[in-house]
Design a protein around this ligand. Structure first.
Ligand code: GTP
Ligand code: MG
Length: 199
């Protein structure tokens, strides 16, 4: 699969504005500021196709990026305290509306910060994915910020935390040095394989 020729397709602020579900969709989910947009840019080998925010909580829409074989979907981040209650409600409705719409979702890349254990919001999201039967992997980002000892500690702690999900992939990732990029691309290719190309 060629990850080089992606284009921004559309942004939806409300469930009614979501584009029809046709092509396979790869979804990127995580708390605000965890690095969703940076991960997407790294996969696509682009500096700033997906907007990277200096301040957290900036992506308030579901953003769609188009590749020939699939769409990449950047979800608004959850868990940012400074967003108003009404904004939070709109985001929650939008994200749930998107995930519950029976779309052609082939994979959710659930992004967590490798320096820390998952937040309560992260764990709720993972629980939701399990209950909904959505296929997902966990990308543990900002791995470049850990030294060797911390990395081993975090890997151990994550494995223990997720021992009830033995089939779930945990992929250390860094948008800075590219760790994990090829592995995530490979998983996307696997889930898109055999799909008929759509316009
Ligand atoms: P929202 O759209 O606001 O929810 O944020 P986001 O999840 O899209 O995060 P974004 O990609 O905008 O990154 C947030 C901050 O983290 C930026 O300052 C990035 O430069 C930084 N960042 C993202 N990924 C990495 C990484 O792998 N390593 C390091 N060191 N910094 C990262
Ligand atoms: Mg973003």
């Amino acid at each position: 699969m060629n990850f080089q020729n992606a284009a921004f397709e559309s942004a939806s602020g409300r469930v009614e504005q979501l584009p029809p579900s046709s092509v396979p969709e790869i979804v990127f989910s995580g708390r605000s500021n965890v690095g969703k947009s940076s991960l997407i840019n790294k996969l696509l080998n682009r500096k700033s196709l997906a907007r990277v925010s200096a301040k957290p909580g900036k992506t308030g829409t579901v953003n769609f990026y188009r590749l020939p074989e699939c769409r990449l979907v950047d979800l608004p981040g959850y868990g940012y305290a400074k967003v108003s209650a009404s904004e939070k409600l709109r985001w929650a409705e939008l994200v749930e509306g998107y995930l519950n719409a029976g779309r052609n979702i082939r994979l959710v890349v659930q992004i967590v910060d490798f320096r820390h254990m998952p937040t309560q919001d992260d764990l709720h999201m993972i629980d939701f994915l399990v209950q909904a039967g959505l296929p997902f992997l966990i990308a543990a980002t900002k791995s470049d910020k850990l030294n060797k000892t911390q990395r081993t500690q975090q890997l151990d702690a994550y494995c223990t935390l997720f021992e009830d999900l033995p089939d779930t992939l945990l992929i250390p990732f860094s948008a800075v040095n590219g760790e994990g990029v090829e592995e995530i691309r490979r998983q996307i290719e696997l889930v898109c394989m055999g799909s008929v190309q759509d316009s």
